[in-house]
Design a protein around this ligand. Structure first.
Ligand code: ASP
Length: 437
């Protein structure tokens, strides 16, 4: 109700869009519904109302919102369900700044009305900065342990592990210098688990008496270790933990370690709220499996206008007018300024590996609409379930959804999905080709 109140005070109109549609690419698989009246054809349930809300902008609506179910067939985790609810919004004649202000306002309104808290203006960080400082595009900034890079300070001795690494990166754990050998070894084992995948973990104790004790004492002098401590912002009594190797893998591993340490040390306080905007996401990401570029947000996201020409020469470097709203280490909202020019949209599809025919048959309706003069527009969608879970001091959205599904996508109460009988299959023109048991 508070969301509706805020948005309607801002002049947003709530509009429903259909559920029986065709594929909207948000990066997941579609749930499909066979059509009885159109043999051999299928509807897809919306992964989001993305294309509809853009059409609404072209059609002259100025500010749209909808609290809406979205459907994504992907592997489930604690913070994911196959159907979930978004607060979906779009505005015409806006720039990124307008969107950030409006939805920072919404988030502050909700925090105020639910918890009586005003976190003040939200910090902003570019994607590159977030990755460098936290190894994550959704950093939890309720606590420190920011990353520090040690290549220059650590790659001049005989320690080959560091010398051969693309990145040497560490954090300072508050109070960790008191940990026993056994406790530290348990963390070394933790990062070596296949789920994390680090090869090892170097530690340096910054003792209260000003001395240092490390797992690499053989290779480094006290002055070296003191310099590392300084870069990592360590105080006396802290423990430095350092990972090295390929840059992006090392950052991922250290991010996993930072978050797990924070959980264990009780630094992720459920009643503290630290929102931030992460901006300037890459437009494209390389997919190893298909050996092609994918849209990092979705294919309707606008590249930074001055970077269009880079699409041909250095696609990875192109940044998008795309932003995420992060709360306590979770992405609670994401959106972008959209492409509103037919030719740019065509070019984008080309770079995403669509042939002209494919682009036309799947998204011709949108590009045709742009022909009639589309206003510059942009928007955002909040994951309502996740937002509510975090407001409730938790992260498992299943506990905040009535009748959630389990990890295999089943509703165990009504026992769905279920088989259907042959008559129904026939009516839908479906033949099941099940392997015989
Ligand atoms: N449609 C996007 C999503 O569901 C959000 C947006 O760009 O507004 O993630």
């Amino acid at each position: 109700m508070e969301v509706r109140k805020y948005l309607s005070d801002q002049g947003f109109i709530e509009i429903e869009t259909p559920y029986l549609i065709k594929s909207t690419p948000e990066g997941a698989r579609d749930f499909v519904v066979p059509s009885r009246m159109n043999e051999g054809q299928f509807y897809a349930l919306p992964q989001s109302p993305q294309t509809f809300k853009q059409l609404l902008m072209v059609g002259g609506m100025d500010k749209y919102f909808q609290i809406v179910k979205c459907f994504r067939d992907e592997d489930l985790r604690a913070d994911r369900q196959p159907e979930f609810t978004q607060i979906d919004c779009e505005m015409a004649f806006v720039e990124q700044e307008d969107i950030l202000e409006t939805f920072e306002g919404l988030t502050r309104h909700v925090l105020k009305s639910i918890h009586g808290i005003d976190p003040g203006a939200f910090p902003r960080m570019t994607y590159d900065e977030a990755i460098q400082r936290y190894g994550s595009d959704k950093p939890d900034i309720r606590f420190g342990m920011e990353f520090g890079e040690l290549n220059e300070l650590a790659q001049h001795r005989d320690f080959n592990v560091f010398n051969q690494a693309e990145l040497v990166v560490g954090i300072a754990v508050p109070g960790g210098a008191d940990w026993s050998r056994k406790e530290i070894d348990a963390w070394v084992d933790w990062v070596k688990r296949p789920q994390v995948g680090a090869k090892g973990l170097v530690y340096v104790k910054c003792n209260a008496d000003g001395t240092y004790k490390s797992s690499v004492d053989k290779f480094y002098e006290t002055e070296d270790l003191a310099k590392w401590a300084e870069v990592l912002g360590a105080e006396k009594g802290d423990l430095l933990l350092i990972i090295s190797g390929e840059a992006s893998a090392s950052r991922n591993q250290l991010n996993a370690l930072r978050m797990e340490l924070a959980n264990t040390l009780g630094l992720r306080k459920p009643n503290e709220f630290a929102p931030l905007w992460v901006t300037d996401f890459p437009l494209l990401e390389w997919d190893e499996e298909t050996e092609s570029y994918h849209a990092m947000h979705h294919p309707f996201t606008s590249p930074k206008p001055d970077q269009l020409s880079l699409l041909d020469t250095d696609p990875k470097a192109v940044r998008a007018n795309a932003y995420d709203l992060v709360l306590n280490g979770n992405e609670i909202g994401g959106g972008s300024i959209r492409i509103h020019d037919k030719d740019v949209q065509k070019l984008m599809f080309k770079h995403l590996g669509f042939t002209e025919e494919e682009a036309k048959s799947q998204f011709g309706f949108l590009m045709d609409a742009f022909q009639y003069g589309a206003p510059p527009h942009g928007g955002i969608a909040f994951g309502l379930d996740r937002f509510v879970a975090i407001l409730g001091g938790q992260e498992t959205i299943r506990d905040f959804i009535a009748f959630p599904k389990n990890n295999s996508g089943r509703d165990v109460m009504i026992d769905a999905p279920a088989t259907i009988d042959n008559d129904q299959l026939k009516e839908l023109h479906l033949k099941l080709d099940l392997p015989s048991k």
